[in-house]
Design a protein around this ligand. Structure first.
Ligand code: DX5
Ligand code: ZN
Length: 217
């Protein structure tokens, strides 16, 4: 089953509980939670108090995408807030291998995200150890950006690397995902599609999630 992961950054935080309930009852598989520190990326989003709300009311997999420097210092914290997957950025972590180990020790799935201008080959050493690669299809920092078409070629290369290594690593695509590219992304080997503005700026987010889900399954 391929997974739709709504990025909650685009939801209406004024009615957060309703938005969480909507995702609970939708065909989405995961909640994608974008945590930004204003240092690694030029934007600040949310932290502990909001994640507690997701932990209390979210009934699906909590996928925490950390766009923060020194993520290794916060792994226990995010695990205690109910993370099922913690994704750290290759570009933001000095000690990637140890941090991956730290995440997995806490029984949380470990993901590594790479920016659109980071070479796929940097994943060579770790591909067998990680549960997920988040292939950024926009530069991290903001929702509502346009999908970068080079992602298709990068996805092909990544899929090939995973197969050559006989690894089970999942591929997540994050940024600018819509019905215009969802099908092609899945046919090239993606497993999880993150969608923020395409879902939450639509007239009927639950229906949009359903359409995305049907397009990829
Ligand atoms: C970007 C975030 C994405 C973003 C996706 O830094 O990691 O998850 O919120 O939003 P859309 O789907 O609007 O590009
Ligand atoms: Zn994200």
């Amino acid at each position: 089953m391929k997974i739709v992961a709504p990025s909650m950054l685009s939801c209406d935080f004024g009615k957060l509980k309703d938005e969480i309930e909507m995702v609970n009852s939708s065909q989405a598989g995961w909640f994608h939670l974008d945590i930004m520190d204003g240092v690694f990326v030029p934007n600040i989003t949310f932290g502990t108090p909001i994640l507690e709300v997701f932990n209390s009311f979210g009934k699906k997999h909590l996928d925490m995408h950390l766009m923060i420097i020194n993520p290794e210092n916060y792994i226990e914290k995010f695990a205690s807030l109910g993370a099922n997957t913690i994704t750290i950025h290759h570009e933001a972590c000095d000690n990637l291998e140890n941090t991956i180990k730290k995440i997995k020790k806490l029984n949380v799935k470990a993901g590594v995200a790479i920016n659109p201008d980071t070479d796929i080959s940097v994943l060579h050493h770790t591909i067998k150890e990680i549960d997920l690669v988040c292939l950024m299809s926009v530069f991290p920092g903001f929702s509502g950006q346009e999908f970068i078409p080079e992602t298709f070629l990068r996805l092909k290369k990544l899929k090939q690397m995973i197969e050559e290594n006989k690894s089970e690593t999942l591929i997540q695509i994050d940024g600018g995902v819509s019905l215009n590219n969802a099908h092609e992304l899945i046919s090239l080997g993606a497993d999880i599609l993150v969608a923020g503005s395409f879902v939450f700026k639509s007239d009927n987010p639950e229906l949009t999630i359903k359409k995305l889900h049907s397009a990829i399954n």
